[in-house]
Design a protein around this ligand. Sequence first.
Ligand SMILES: [Ca+2]
Ligand SMILES: [Ca+2]
Length: 589
Amino acid sequence: MRLSTKFLIYFLCFFLNFSTFAQSNEGNASSERIRINQIGFYPEGSKMAIIVTTEATDFTILTANDKKEVFSGKLSDAEEWPHSKETVKQADFSSVEKSGEYVLHIPGIGNSHPFEIAENVHFEPAKASMKAFYFQRASTDLPEEYAGKWAREAGHPDDQVKIHNSAASENRPAGSTISSPGGWYDAGDYGKYIVNSGITMGTLFSLYEDFPEYLDTLNLNIPESTNNIPDFLDETLYNLRWMMTMQDEDGGVYHKLTSANFHGAVAPKNATLQRWAVQKGTAATLDFAAVTAQAARIFSDYKTELPGLADSLLVMSKKAYRWAKENPTVTYRQGELQDPEVSTGAYGDRNFKDELQWAATELFITTGKEEYYKDADIESSLESDFGVPSWPNVNTLALYSLARHRDKYQDSELVDIDAIIAQLRKMADDLVASSNTSAYAVPMGTAESDFAWGSNSEAGNQGVLLLNVYEITGDEKYLNAANDNLDYLLGRNATGFSFLTGYGEKSTRDPHHRPSESDDIDDPVPGLLAGGPNPGQQDIAGCGDKYTAAHQHPATSYIDDRCSYASNEIAINWNAPFVYLANAIEAIR
Ligand SMILES: [Ca+2]
Ligand SMILES: [Ca+2]
């Protein structure tokens, strides 16, 4: 009864005058028409909200508690955002610098979600997005001491993983077993995939190489918090050690470790289907070579704490690289697999040039051996082959690493470091230019294709690119544009959601994530980034009528429902760029 009355009122108001309804609601629920980073802003940083309106002209900033006005300003002219077909105005309140908790108020529309202005304003969500990887750990209990109310028992010991016939070799025939424990669950499912671990680990290691001092003091409250290794590296080690078990004796690396089919939405300990190590492939092997080469560099600083690790990583990396050179075109052929057939995530990729460029470059930087860089052949394809990274397109990670180590290459005859930096800068300039003309004032949406499966990782990876160029140039326009995409992910978007679980008054509550779905805890596991708006709606059969007219545009095609694996799943390669974006901005600010 109550619901239908409410619906009727809603319905009538929609036709009479939407703003009348909003006005009657003033002072109660936050207005859906004000889109704002629900966490907040840095005192010296730029500050913006987006208002869905054609009529409103003025806004004020009020203290969150006693609603005292601290600032009043004018809205910009109205503009349409093509990705959501909304007409919006911008509210710029960058000049409000005093720390505190506030809301943004628009007469006739209402109040925004509360937000904060403070130093280190993103520290907690930044940290939580890294802690989220702890919650993805396979093969181990998550005790309450570290996991709080999301404590759970271990699942997937993965000490008896069967070799699939596609992965059989002389010493490891089909049906024999290997031990391959640990690692992170890839996403909402319980698979462990080398290709997707590639870009994930590369992104996290890049963050570490860029901001070691900041990360060295980050306490994640994990079982390794009392050892002498930074927790950030401890967490990456949990996945790295698993990756190291995925290399066959000949150097080739298995594509993935999963059950033959996706498990239902049960807790890890109840997901007991047989696990398989499946087919070696060129992409997996090169991603592995890149990650282990970069890791060898990083962990060479921890030879006392982790004796032998850096050396082993480098040996494994070279061995993987050699295998890939001898097997340069081994695609992953999920459709051909039998006994059993395999239907878990494919992560299929047919172009391995970018993986080769990344692996060869990381090996070159770590070893100094020129032959690797000659293989990478970066300069000849700089203008045509590089873009914002994604799991099947990883060569821009090589540019990040070269730029990071640019001091070494200033006088190099081999590396044209100026051309590499110029290319990164050009890509970042395109994003800044697009942000400057965007109705939402964000780089996200530079191309309509930004709104694809996992679109939030596109926003994150654009931010990572912008921050890399900021680190090279020191030009604040890149930092501000990166921060705009962080604002996008935390609420300044056409859905009004903060896409990071646990952070923001209106944040993702019901991700497609088996541990969150199968526990008795109302709140989702925190720190996970939802995939985000995806007009493909590949899950429409299972989500039924939950997709409505409100979700018909590329930037609005998002439903906060566990059915929605196409818009509301989580994944390690989506979290990683958020980790980079939020933590780098914290480190810089
Ligand atoms: Ca530690
Ligand atoms: Ca590729």
